[in-house]
Structures are given as C-alpha cells and as structure tokens.
Write a protein that binds this ligand. Structure first.
Ligand SMILES: Nc1ncnc2c1ncn2[C@@H]1O[C@H](COP(=O)(O)OP(=O)(O)OP(=O)(O)O)[C@@H](O)[C@H]1O
Length: 488
C-alpha cells in the first residue's frame, strides 16, 4: 500500500492512503514512524542530561549545600554535618534577634521569594496563563511568557515577566482578575518593567491598610519638611509623605471617604511650625463640620470662616490679595520660598470646593470664589501659598479648577470614570481602583490612591485617623490657656 502526506491544519500532517480511483471515499490514518531503538535511547539520554543541568543551575545554592553536607558525612561521619547544621541554625537565630531588618532583607525575603517562585508561580504558571489567554499557539507550538524573577514584600509579591513578542501590558491588565484568582492573590496590578517587553505583576497577598492607623505623633519642628509631611502609610509599609511646598493638593472622595483624616493628619504634621509662627492655616469650612472642631487653633494660627454670606469668599480674596503683594515683593529678588515669621507659609484649606464654586446659591459669590481660587492656585506656589481643596464630586462640571491642582488624592469614589478624572488618564487601568475601596469606615475610610513624583504608577495609601481627642489635644497645644476641653 502506498501513502501520501496531507496537511489538514497548521502544524498537522497525516498520512493518507494514496487512491488510484478518483471516486473512492478517502481513507485517513495517522502516520506510523519506525524509530531505531538506539536513536530513541539517545534522544532520551540527551533530554535527561539537559534537564539535569537546568535543574542544577537553577538550584545551585541548595544543591551545593546538600552536596557539601553529603561529602562531609561520607568523609568524616554523619555527626559532622549535623553539627554544622546546628551551628548554622544558631547563627541564623542570633542574626535574626540581633538585626532583624537585615535578616529579613538579606535572607528571609529572598528565601520566601524562592519558595513562592517554585511552589506558587512556576508551578501554576502555564495552566493559569493558558486559561487567562496570555499564551499563543502557532503551528502546533505553544508560546508562553517567561517568569523572570520573584520578589517578596511584607504584603505583596512582585513578579517580573518577559512578555511574548508583540504583547502589550494592557493584555495583562485585562485579565488581572484571572491572574489574582489563579495565583491566590487578593489583587493584581500591572506595573512597568525594567525594560521594554517586560512588566512587573504585583500580587497583593493581604491588605496592609485594612486596619486604621492611629494619629501619628506630632513631630519636632526641626523634623517638619514641607516637601514631605508624614500623614499616613503606603501599601508597602513606607510612610505616606505629602508635599505642600510648591504645589496644591486636591482631595476627592465620596461622602464618608475620610477626607477629614487627610486634612487633619496634614494639620497635625504642620502643627509645630504653626506654633513656631512659620506656617499659617486658613480654613474655609462651608460644611461647618470637619474644620469647626479646630476653629480656635485656626483663628489663633491663621484664619477661619464658615460664613456663607460672603465671609468665606472674603477670606479667599484676602489670601489672593496678600499673595499678589508677596509676588510683587519677591519679584526679581528670590525664586525659591523659605518660610519666615514675616512671610509664613500659608495653607488655605477649603473643605468643600464645590460648595463655593458650584452649589453656592449666589452667583456673584460663586464667581468671586472661583476667581480667588484660580489666582491662588495658578500663582501661589512659588510665593509660599498652598491650597488644599476637598471635594465629594470629581465631575468636571462641578469643579473646573481641578487642573490647577498638581497633586491629587483619590479616596473612595462613587463611579469608576471619576478615577481618571481625579488622577489622570489611564490611572484606573494602572491599578487605582478607588471606586472599589470599601465603604466600611474601619476598612476603607482614609484609603486612597496617589501619584508620586518618583513612581509613574498610582500608589495605595491610608491617612492616619486623627480622632476628636487628638484634635482636642492639638488645640490644647496651641492654646493651653483654654484647657483640654476647649475644643469640644
Ligand atoms: N483614616 C481613617 N481611618 C479610619 N477611619 C476613618 C478614617 N478617616 C475617617 N474615618 C471614619 O470615617 C468616618 C467618615 O470620615 P470623614 O468625615 O472624614 O469623611 P469625609 O470624606 O470628610 O465625609 P464628608 O464628605 O461626608 O464629610 C469618620 O467618622 C471616621 O469614623
């Protein structure tokens, strides 16, 4: 019988019985190859040798240790490796007790990363990626993105991935949920890699910010840096530092999102410089809720207004006027601002921007407030003015001054499209899921996303919670003559 090969699909060849009769039904059969036994043996030997070498190279450290201990056992008896192991264990315990941070950084974390690479990521890599649709099959061959490196942090793992040629990070962002479930993480974020074609996948194992952070201690005046006020914690455990000097800050968050804790943590961090006369806080409080608690403090070390009939607008106009006077005085003399008693750094806090710019019933007041805010935000940065504006609604029609705030904080938001409105285009795709922050105050209040100057991707943060007693204590520090119950 004679056979010929036919191609049925990409990468497939089957043997077909050659037919002389053109009208006969075709008979299909798979090809049968008769391999010489020697060749089969040789191929399997080479394959085993390659796999062994790859295994040895990949696991060079544990293999060398096991080999060394084995050699000691054979050469000097098995007590010797046991004693060596005991000595190593004791040294590690001493190291861990004496210098825990260096032990964690140099040994515990790399060891954990290795463990998770082998036991979690490498083991499930192929099935999860195939199911998530991140592999490609061409001519019967499967192409799989490569797992380059794993790093472990206290609450998340970072996995460096070499994507397939022609693949884009957006393909991974689209299946982030599949990856999270596939590898047992609560959340996955896709970050820029160290070079084109590579990405970091950030697998969040547990929410490091799920527990409220108590108010941070009031710092010493010498430690207060207006470029980096510590007001909470970032997801990786590092301090969340907010810049005020040379910028303006917009805090957007739905009702109950915790805007108050960002504002009060900032005031707390500024307190020593307020008491020293180098910083003034001017508070505009249309809601008469959040800031009224610290009214005596603002009145002594700045200004305060909650007057809807024009007092708040006058405060903003006074700030804008003083700012113009400063700008005239500084013109041609200095370009960088350093606070002095004569020219303190002024922080203008507006608790609900939209009340002044959109909801205020009097059109004239709205226009005046908007123009004072526009003057302050567009020119105040270099002469020691910073506006901190809070707002519940991020929509453009509610606040068209948004673009004048270079630094923005997105706390819990009601709709997903508001995230990009606050943090800029693409922020949500890059992991700023501000619309998914829990509305349970203990879990989600004060939690938000920010964009830092040094990192292109949004960073998840939580502001420390300054409770009523903490505010009372702050007022007492500033006005001891009022006594501890003054602010209540
Ligand atoms: N950082 C925080 N950590 C824990 N709980 C917080 C935090 N911030 C606020 N809370 C809790 O959430 C509640 C609401 O917070 P807050 O009043 O600051 O929200 P808000 O965004 O100012 O809301 P609104 O716009 O309605 O005034 C507070 O009463 C408090 O119990």
């Amino acid at each position: 019988m004679s056979w010929e090969f036919r191609k049925l699909g990409p990468g497939e060849n089957v043997a077909v019985e050659a037919q002389r009769d053109p009208f006969a039904a075709p008979k299909w059969a798979p090809p049968v190859w008769h391999m010489p036994e020697g060749l089969v043996l040789l191929v399997n030997l080479v394959r085993t040798a390659v796999r062994t070498v790859v295994f040895l190279v990949r696991n060079i450290v544990p293999v060398s240790i096991a080999a060394g201990l084995g050699w000691l056992g054979i050469r000097f008896g098995w007590t010797v490796p046991l004693v060596v192991l005991a000595l190593v264990a004791v040294s590690l315990i001493v190291w861990a007790v004496a210098d825990r941070p260096s032990f964690v950084r140099h040994l515990a974390r790399p060891a954990r990363a290795r463990w998770r690479l082998v036991m979690v990521y490498r083991r499930d890599w192929q099935p999860v990626l195939v199911t998530a649709g991140l592999t490609k099959t061409h001519k019967g061959r499967e192409y799989l993105p490569s797992l380059v490196r794993v790093r472990c942090g206290p609450t998340s793992d970072r996995v460096l991935v070499k994507m397939l040629k022609g693949q884009a990070p957006t393909a991974w962002e689209r299946v982030a949920v599949n990856l999270a479930h596939g590898f047992g993480a609560t959340l996955v974020r896709v970050r820029e890699g160290d070079r084109p074609g590579r990405i970091w996948l950030e697998f969040v194992r547990r929410d490091a910010l799920a527990v409220p952070i108590p108010a941070l201690p009031v710092p010493d005046a010498a430690d207060v840096d207006l470029r980096a006020l510590e007001i909470g914690r970032a997801e990786d455990g590092s301090p969340w530092r907010l810049r005020l000097l040379g910028t303006h800050v917009l805090i957007a968050g739905a009702t109950g999102a915790g805007k108050g804790s960002v504002i009060w943590s900032t005031v707390r961090a500024l307190l020593p410089l307020m008491l020293a006369g180098l910083v003034e806080v001017w508070a505009v409080d249309p809601k008469r809720m959040e800031l009224s608690f610290g009214r005596p403090l603002f009145e002594r070390y700045g200004r305060y207004s909650d007057d809807p009939k024009g007092g708040m607008v006058e405060l903003l106009e006074a700030a804008a006027e003083d700012m113009n006077a400063r700008a005239e005085q500084f013109a041609g003399v200095t370009r960088s601002f350093t606070p002095t008693h004569e020219h303190p750094f002024r922080v203008v806090i507006v608790d609900e921007l939209a009340f002044l710019t959109a909801y205020c019933p009097e059109r004239d007041l709205r226009k005046r407030a908007e123009s004072a805010l526009a003057v302050l935000t567009s020119q105040g940065r270099s002469v020691g003015y910073c506006v901190i504006g809070a707002q519940q609604d991020a929509r453009k029609e509610v606040n068209n001054l948004r673009n004048l705030f270079p630094d923005r904080i997105a706390l819990r938001l009601d709709e997903d499209e508001q995230v990009d409105m606050v943090l800029g285009d693409g922020a949500r795709d890059r992991g700023a899921l501000a619309d998914q922050i829990s509305s349970v105050p203990e879990i989600g209040a004060g939690v938000g996303f920010v964009r830092l100057e040094t990192v292109p991707d949004p960073v998840r943060v939580r502001a420390a919670y300054v409770c009523d007693d903490d505010i009372r204590d702050m007022v007492y520090r500033g006005l001891p003559e009022l006594g501890t119950g003054a602010a209540a």
